[in-house]
Design a protein around this ligand. Structure first.
Ligand code: FAD
Length: 495
């Protein structure tokens, strides 16, 4: 016999609920635990997984394989080309290993739920138990509802309920221990997996150049130990000042842990547990302000997963608010390309898009500025931006990305009202006052002094930056603002 843990977005040994349960089951039955990961190029394609993210997943698998190896747990990694074939292949493997139990953590996206539903039937027919357990959120979807029994669609009351829930169920912040070491027989019985499993390079549809590989490796070291040391460093060095500094993209003020939650090398539970242990209060909404604020940010991740689980149609290319379906978007290729490549002539927007293209990451304030700029200033369908982000983010997460875009385009849960339109110049002056972030990412503006860096053509630096090839603004703020207001109003009036 054997017990199997199926790894997905949970590439860690510590504080992994399904892995922990699988290990307990294996111990109880006196059989070895096997871990497995299926690489699905079609899922990467369908879910727009960024090449930088695929690369990160593969590098994390390498570390995971070594960590599990120390516990004599084999990690089987296999590529299955057709995603429809995955349930069938999983069943075959389980039979080959004579497995009686399969464990996995729940994923809430629609495709994943369908795949699991299909597998449940075939496993039942073969007398194999399949336990899918909620793990990714600190408070699982379905646990919180408003006084009238409804799912919250506004963050603040939801967050109050979330905090109250954690306070009244303190065990949700208890961490799950790592799996136990396998019995000695495992090495021999599964010698084939131990000896012949290698982590493949990226599938053809997600391959990257050697230069990118090197760059991503140095920007984003992989593995759960790296995630833990980042978390520790953040909690000892920066979390206290987080509330004051988190909105300034030139500062190293945030945790840079989002890539680790997306790969599952760190759990949100561990993050909050650790942050709380640095606070002067056990309560999540008391004590040091920076810690309270950071915990409330990590909770946004839970919030958007609850939204996705409750309103799965957001997974189907539909705005949360159906009345926003009728906005007449511009599909201007030139403007879209300018936005993607950081050539809009709005320095803060261009700096941010270039950061994304270079690092696979963008600061949160800049995600809001660039998303708003695409949807409102360029009036381009926000779903094109959502897709572009997903295709380039190392931390790409459907629920958070979709939620962030819905917020910025005013089509989602808890949106900013459509008539509140970010002024990119004011945002730039407020959050990158000295222009440090802009100059870092837009070398054409390196030598531009003072306030001109925010708007060089209007502030006397036009000649210099034109020579360096920096474009003029693709739209005029005031005009685009008026166009946006009129277009949203018109769209909302149309049934
Ligand atoms: P910190 O400031 O240290 O925050 C801690 C953690 O809180 C983050 O790691 C993240 O897990 C969570 N968090 C913070 N803000 C948000 C938020 N607004 N929504 C959800 N979770 C949040 N985050 C993703 O993880 N994946 C995405 O695909 C993604 N797409 C986004 C798209 C748009 C348009 C916007 C506006 C935001 C998006 N975010 C996304 C949220 C946020 O920008 C990132 O989580 C954050 O920038 C990551 O950096 P950090 O780890 O240093 O964050």
């Amino acid at each position: 016999g054997a017990v199997v843990h199926w790894y997905k977005c949970d590439l860690r040994t510590q504080d992994n609920k399904a892995l922990h349960l699988a290990s307990e089951k294996a111990k109880e039955k006196g059989v070895p635990l096997i871990a497995m990961y299926i690489i699905s190029p079609q899922d990467f394609e369908a879910h727009l997984t960024a090449p930088v993210r695929v690369d990160f997943i593969l590098r994390n698998l390498q570390v995971l394989k070594e960590d599990l190896g120390k516990l004599d747990i084999p990690l089987h990694v296999e590529t299955v080309e057709k995603r429809k074939a995955i349930p069938g292949r999983v069943l075959e493997l389980l039979k080959e290993w004579d497995a009686s139990h399969l464990f996995a953590n729940t994923e809430y996206e629609v495709d994943e739920l369908r795949r699991e539903a299909k597998l449940v039937h075939s496993l039942l027919d073969n007398d194999i138990s399949f336990e899918v357990t909620p793990d990714t959120c600190v408070v699982s979807p379905g646990e919180l509802s408003s006084g009238t029994g409804k799912q919250y669609s506004v963050y603040s009351p939801w967050y109050r309920a979330w905090v109250a829930y954690v306070h009244s169920h303190p065990d949700v912040l208890d961490l799950f221990g790592p799996p136990s070491k396998n019995p000695p027989v495992a090495r021999e019985r599964f010698s084939q997996i131990f000896e012949s499993t290698t982590i493949p390079s990226a599938p053809a549809n997600k391959s990257i150049t050697p230069e990118e590989k090197k760059r991503f490796k140095s920007l984003w070291p992989a593995g759960e130990h790296e995630a833990h040391s980042r978390l520790q460093r953040f909690c000892t060095e920066r979390i206290k000042a987080y509330a004051d500094n988190r909105n300034f993209p030139s500062e190293t003020a945030t945790s840079s842990l989002s890539a680790h939650y997306a790969a599952g090398t760190l759990s949100a539970r561990t993050a909050i547990h650790t942050a709380r242990s640095h606070n002067t209060s056990k309560s999540l909404n008391a004590g040091i302000q920076g810690i309270q604020t950071w915990i409330s940010e990590v909770a946004w991740r839970d919030f958007y997963k609850h939204v996705l689980a409750h309103w799965p149609y957001v997974c189907m290319n539909k705005p949360f608010k159906p009345e926003y379906t009728n906005i007449n978007w511009e599909y201007d290729d030139a403007n879209f390309t300018a936005w993607c490549t950081g050539q809009t002539g709005y320095p803060i927007v261009d700096a941010a898009m270039r950061q994304l293209n270079h690092m696979g990451y963008m600061h949160n304030r800049c995600r809001m500025i660039t998303a708003s700029f695409l949807a409102k200033h360029l009036l381009i369908d926000w779903r094109m931006g959502e897709k572009y982000f997903m295709e380039h983010l190392i931390d790409g997460d459907f629920a958070s990305n979709n939620g962030g875009w819905g917020f910025s385009a005013s089509t989602g849960v808890d949106p900013q009202p459509y008539f509140r339109i970010f002024n990119p110049l004011l945002q730039s002056e407020k959050f990158d006052g000295a222009g440090t972030y802009i100059r870092k990412w837009v070398p054409e503006l390196e030598g531009v002094e003072g306030k001109a860096v925010h708007d060089p053509y209007e502030r006397g630096a036009g000649k210099v930056v034109e020579k360096r090839g920096y474009p003029r603004p693709v739209v005029v703020h005031k005009e685009s603002r008026e166009r946006c207001l009129a277009r949203y109003k018109e769209g909302l009036g149309r049934e």
